[in-house]
Design a protein. Structure first.
Length: 342
């Protein structure tokens, strides 16, 4: 929290105020104790002795010309903090303090960790967080960039990194792209977790209904991408902290008969060192992420091609931590602490 420094007493040692970090996140009851990446961040904050405050979207508001939040202090159990082993965390794996109204601008850091959907309520949340940012809080990721950087379309800013694609709502243009490439993937721009992703092969009689459904009768823009057969070897999630890639990717391998590697769609995660091409892609993207205040990002790479840049609530921390003895949450908070001191 912010503290007044105008009343210092001579000859007394002035202690640094405790760093406060608020998490705007999904309900605790909905989280996976084994996989949730936000819990890894909370663990890292608690290990540092930071004060952790828990907020959900409905808790944010604007009143008395300030961005406010009705939140509660949060502490993870000792067993959970020690090793994040859900089997040892027990039923009482967290403790919440009483509700308090907080001035969002008084937090040192606010982590926006609300899962999509990216709907109007999500946008309204970024408006409130932008006011908190103006009032003094460091918001990760930057609210304006959360609005500006659609996770699928943002990748088109790095055309040399990605596959051939089209973004359109016109069925004649989408059909022409399909007829040119014969084997394509169509998906909604605001989809997540592999939902509403369709692979369409040459001669597929369902092409028309797929395009009608995804575009909602030519009223919504969608994306078409050339199908990448390398998906069989995994859709790689590469985590980036302040524009720098973690040196390992989580390859999400589709189930047999599936074209989607997303863990939410039943894929399995296998950790791998980054390839030279992976590192090159990350180097192309990194400076733009830093410039936009996108401190924690997950990029998706299939084979040699960038397919998405996930900025809203990237996951896969826990899987990579477990497979390679990492502390990605700690790395992230190291970056956050450096931003606070700069």
């Amino acid at each position: 929290m912010s503290h007044c420094g105008c009343c210092k007493v001579p000859n007394l040692r002035i202690l640094e105020p405790m760093t406060s970090i608020a998490f705007v996140m999904d309900p605790l009851s909905s989280l996976s104790l084994k996989k949730d990446s936000t819990l890894a961040m909370i663990r890292a904050a608690q290990r540092r002795g930071w004060s952790v405050i828990y907020l959900e979207q409905p808790d944010l508001m604007w009143a008395n010309n300030r961005a406010l939040g009705i939140g509660r202090t949060l502490e993870l159990s000792d067993a959970f903090v020690a090793d994040l082993d859900p089997s040892r965390a027990g039923d009482d794996w967290y403790r919440l303090g009483p509700e308090q109204t907080w001035d969002l601008g008084d937090f040192d850091v606010i982590m926006m960790r609300k899962d999509p959907p990216f709907d109007m309520e999500f946008i309204y949340t970024t408006y409130l967080l932008e006011r908190a940012e103006q009032q003094g809080a460091l918001v990760v990721n930057r609210p304006q960039s959360l609005r500006d950087c659609n996770e699928k379309f943002f990748a088109t800013a790095f055309a040399d990194c990605g596959p051939e694609l089209i973004v359109s709502r016109r069925m004649d243009q989408l059909r022409a792209f399909y007829e040119q490439h014969k084997n394509v993937v169509f998906k909604q721009l605001d989809g997540m977790g592999g939902k509403s992703v369709f692979r369409v092969l040459e001669g597929d009689a369902n092409l028309g209904v797929i395009m009608e459904t995804l575009t909602e009768g030519e009223s919504q823009q969608i994306m078409g991408q050339v199908y990448l057969p390398e998906i069989a070897d995994g859709d790689k999630r590469i985590l980036m902290v302040d524009g720098e890639a973690i040196p390992y990717a989580l390859a999400r391998i589709p189930q047999t008969g599936e074209a989607r590697g997303n863990l939410a769609a039943g894929g399995t995660g296998e950790g791998r060192p980054l390839t030279d091409r992976d590192r090159w892609i990350a180097e192309q993207i990194g400076p733009e992420l830093r410039a936009r205040g996108l401190t924690f990002v997950g990029i998706d790479v299939i084979g040699d091609y960038l397919t998405e840049i996930n900025v809203t609530c990237p996951t896969c921390i826990r899987e990579l931590d477990a497979q390679f003895s990492l502390d990605i949450g700690g790395m992230l908070l190291d970056s956050v602490a450096a931003q606070l001191s700069s």
